[in-house]
Design a protein around this ligand. Structure first.
Ligand code: SF4
Ligand code: SF4
Length: 337
């Protein structure tokens, strides 16, 4: 596994970042044992970087993997990450994010992550789904809380995640932002405010300015899964991308991603084992039509249609399978699988 520094002063992270959204309750719904086992399998393959979020509900899997690793010593095979000597302990780098925009909201989210992951320090904590300078300004109290958390040693690095070129541009000029987690894929699927070329130029400038970059949605949320080698290869070959978060549901998918990112040929026996399922958003017919999922969709892929059953229509061509709609339904009537 190749390791790179995440930005000018960030930790040393594996080129593949374990994206935990897909295995969690919003998507594949792996059991605690399966999910923790998958994380440990990734560790055995050299992955030392995990991406999570408050909304993904996957903190428990990480905590369980940490517990099991403590028992078996598997993490000792992970590299010691960067920063001051010994500062990363077992070498695992955890990035999380939340939607808080107030000081108190960020405080709650941070404490929840510490409690549910079972760690005093969250390596990277980010503002989830930023769109522009305006949204960053609106989140100023939450950023101030993160700056305090960094001073206190509760957080090592502050970041943003985004589907927007304008948010990358705005974060680049903010010295308090260390890490940017932008949407990048070879077709530009899911970029909300610009072209692929504009996104690549903005991300390169951010990296040149010293920001750590780890990409998301390299497989277009599943739309590029059938051309995974090409799609992951495209992002792998971007020098200004330090690491790439890819969500996985199975050991086979994990091994395939590791092979692609290492630039080695994916064994045909492995390809045969992977049944790449066509994932879609499904709305149950007993949906109440409350509209919460429609509001939550960053891609405007959902529409309320009160005279249809179910009363939510999905435009699959716009959907990037992020699962944010599923997280907002109080009754679990909308799911990605
Ligand atoms: S429909 Fe749901 S999964 Fe698809 S883009 Fe919108 S929020 Fe994400
Ligand atoms: S949030 Fe749930 S109940 Fe409300 S419209 Fe969406 S699927 Fe239906």
């Amino acid at each position: 596994m190749e390791y790179r520094r995440l930005g000018r002063n960030g930790p040393l992270v594996s080129r593949l970042c374990f994206g935990s959204l897909v295995m969690g309750p919003l998507q594949a719904g792996l059991s605690m044992k399966e999910g923790a086992g998958l994380i440990l399998e990734a560790a055995a393959l050299g992955v030392n970087f995990i991406d999570t979020a408050e909304i993904y509900e996957t903190y428990g899997y990480i905590k369980e993997a940490l517990r099991l690793a403590g028992e078996t010593g598997e993490m000792k095979s992970w590299p010691t990450a960067g920063g001051p000597p010994g500062s990363f302990g077992d070498g695992l780098v955890i990035a999380s994010k939340c939607y808080a925009y107030t000081w108190e909201g960020m405080e709650d989210s941070l404490r929840k992550a510490q409690r549910e992951i079972g760690r005093d320090v969250i390596d990277i904590f980010m503002l989830h789904e930023q769109e522009s300078e305006l949204t960053l300004r609106g989140h100023r109290p939450a950023i101030e809380r993160l700056i305090k958390a960094k001073e206190d040693g509760d957080v090592r690095f502050i970041g943003i995640s985004t589907h927007c070129v304008n948010a990358v541009l705005a974060a680049t000029s903010m010295p308090e932002i260390d890490v940017i987690h932008p949407l990048i894929n070879k077709r530009g699927l899911g970029i909300k405010d610009g072209s692929l070329e504009e996104m690549l130029a903005a991300v390169k400038a951010a990296h040149d300015a010293g920001k750590g970059i780890y990409a998301m949605k390299a497989l277009g949320g599943g739309h590029l899964a059938r051309e995974a080698e090409e799609a992951l290869g495209f992002v792998r070959d971007l020098d200004f991308v330090d690491s790439i978060a890819v969500g996985v549901r199975s050991v086979e998918e994990l091994r395939m991603n590791v092979a692609i990112l290492q630039g080695t040929e994916v064994p045909s026996s492995l390809k045969e084992k992977i049944r790449i399922l066509d994932k879609h958003v499904h709305v149950e017919e007993w949906c109440q039509g409350c509209g919460k999922c429609v509001e939550a969709c960053p891609q405007q892929a959902l529409t309320l249609v009160s005279d249809e059953t179910p009363p939510v229509r999905v435009e699959h061509s716009k959907c990037v399978l992020c699962g944010y709609c599923a997280a907002r339904c109080p009754d679990f009537f909308i799911k990605v699988y």
